[in-house]
Every structure is written in C-alpha cells, then in structure tokens.
Design a protein around this ligand. Structure first.
Ligand code: AMP
Length: 125
C-alpha cells in the first residue's frame, strides 16, 4: 500500500528543467504552467514542487506550508487569468486522480479551466 512516486514522469522532468514549459507563475513550493493541449481558452496546470503522486497523497502527506502555497497559487492564477468567480466569469478546478480518475501524469496537478462556459461536469464514461 501507499503512494509510489515515479521521478521519471513528465512533470518531474519539467521541474528539473529537462523539458521546457510555458510558466505562468512560480512560487517557493508550486509551479503553474499552460497545458500543452488546452481544452479551454484558459487551461493552466498547477503542480507542487514536491514528489506527490496525486491530490489525496498531497492532502495526506504535504506540509502545511506546501498546502498553503499550492492553494494560494491556484487563487493567484484565477485572478491573473481573469476567471475568478467573485467579480469575473468563473472557472473549474479538476484533479484527475488514479485509475478511475483517468490520471495520465502521475505527479499531482490541478487543471484550472475557464474562458468559456464549460458545460456539465461529467461525461458518460
Ligand atoms: P491528466 O489526465 O489529468 O493526468 O492530465 C495531464 C495533462 O497534462 C493533460 O491535459 C496534458 O495535455 C498535459 N500535458 C502533458 N504533457 C505536458 C507538457 N509537457 N506540458 C504541459 N502540459 C502537458
């Protein structure tokens, strides 16, 4: 049992600077960059710099500093991209986790999606 982190995943390579990315914001513990295959006008991925496989791994084992930094980074991205729900159009947060969540890259990431009406939350499998 437990979480096994594969340090050869593509986001680990981005964090090590081995492959390029289109950075939107970098903080002490987090990196936000544009998705290579955007599914909406705004499609930013936010990842922690630490080796966490998925959201539940991060929620259970990350430090409070990492969790605060990550959450604040998501908030900053919303205002930087102009999608915040308060005085803006709104957006959606998705974090695919594990097999049933159809997670492709095994390093925690949240998708910040917006810039158009996004439709209903789930499609039939
Ligand atoms: P998921 O299915 O939640 O694991 O999503 C992985 C996401 O990573 C997809 O939306 C891909 O388009 C995106 N992606 C894969 N490789 C890269 C990359 N090198 N740079 C930016 N986004 C990427």
């Amino acid at each position: 049992m437990g979480y096994v982190y594969d340090s050869e995943n593509i986001f680990a390579k981005i964090l090590r600077g081995e492959i390029p990315n289109n950075t939107v914001l970098e903080t002490e513990h987090s990196l936000a960059f544009r998705d290579l295959y955007p599914q909406a006008p705004v499609h930013v991925l936010v990842i922690p710099k630490g080796p966490y496989v998925c959201y539940d791994h991060f929620a259970q084992e990350a430090s409070e500093a990492e969790i605060v930094d990550f959450t604040r980074t998501v908030g900053k991205i919303c205002t930087m991209e102009g999608v915040q729900a308060g005085d803006g159009p709104g957006w959606r947060l998705i974090s695919n986790s594990g097999e049933h969540g159809v997670q492709e890259v095994p390093h925690l990431h949240v998708h910040v999606l917006g810039g158009r009406v996004l439709g209903r939350m789930l499609q039939p499998a």
